[in-house]
Design a protein around this ligand. Sequence first.
Ligand SMILES: Cc1ncc(COP(=O)(O)O)c(C=O)c1O
Length: 410
Amino acid sequence: MTMQYSTATSRFNSGQIKAGMQRTTKLPFARPDLSELEFEAVRRVMESGWITSGPETDAFESEFAEMIGAPGAAAVNSATAALHLGLVALGIGPGDVVLVPALTFTATAEVVSRTGARPVLLDVNRQDYLLSPEIVQKFLDGCSQSPDGPVCAEGRVRAVICVHYGGRVCDLDGLFELCDRAGLELLQDAAHSFPSRDGNGYVGRRGPVTAFSFYATKNMTTGEGGMLTGDRPELIERVRRMRLHGIATPAHRRAGWHYDVVEQGYKYNLSDIASAIGRVQLQRATEMWNRRKAIHDRYQKAFGQIPGIRTCPEQDASAYHLYTLEISPEARLNRDEFIAALEERYIGTGLHFIPLYRMTYYRERYGLQPADFPACEEIFARIVSLPIYSAMSDEDCDDVIHAVQDCQKL
Ligand SMILES: Cc1ncc(COP(=O)(O)O)c(C=O)c1O
């Protein structure tokens, strides 16, 4: 499907100052890009009288699948729900191990322990922050082999969840090949990765489970929301059932009062109000991606020559969800001073991520040591995320550039 370019303008005016002068109002780290079209779509659904999951969600699901070329899609209320249902549908549970990168949001590992399985955290590639086939292979080399596949101290290794950090795509050819060989399932946490590209198409078009997030800060948003895409029709059907209590036929497809519950389910469905927003955001996805890419390119150019700063790892396939800088110990301001200095200049920042082994819950439950994750440790010590979103004006972008240059000038 060719996406339409929209001429819609943002309802939120953000630019407050002229380039070169210090801002007087805060530039938030992230802000949704919502135009009149989303407001009109919500009004249309609200006036229709059907606001929970229904025809709008069906349409959103199929339009999303069509756009990324996925054989199937199931709309849910978060990426967390998509990953959780994906793991359940793959039969992962107690006694199983799922390999997860340590540099991610808690949702990626939380869904594993929710099934009763054990998340085992792995270090990431120092250069691009991604889980690589080499890292997974190294872990598997330390496992024993059983007729059911690799076994480690924590249990039977069943699956890997790779995270396309910041929109950069992991080596999917390598990971699929490795997982096929080892008898593992590969799930993709694509919370940051709409629309990222994978070879000749979009991320989400291959593999059993890819989970997208439409949380408020994501490249496209429905407020809260998510989508599971996958290439196994029976798995998609099961996820569609489980997302709404295991009910065989959803309300908007039933003629009368009768319905049946055919398995244990969850309350993970997406409303038609959210789906109405999603359908418009989908139409505007290329326009919004172009804007993110333009900001990314400007930052790369502006920050390339500043001593002590490493610019964002480059990848053409990226969704450009995050723009990260690394601040080395030799920079004029260290990372924490730099964040404070940007805040003083009214520039919001983020930090992606505090590695999971540093969180009380994971540290205490699994007895993890930072020394076992040298790449994550170095990344965490240096990293900061700058604002990058399509609702930013050129002036906002100038403000970020001037503030960074100002903070780190020698
Ligand atoms: C890498 C990653 N995975 C999963 C999630 C969870 O997404 P959601 O809030 O839609 O459940 C997030 C959210 O920020 C994320 O950053």
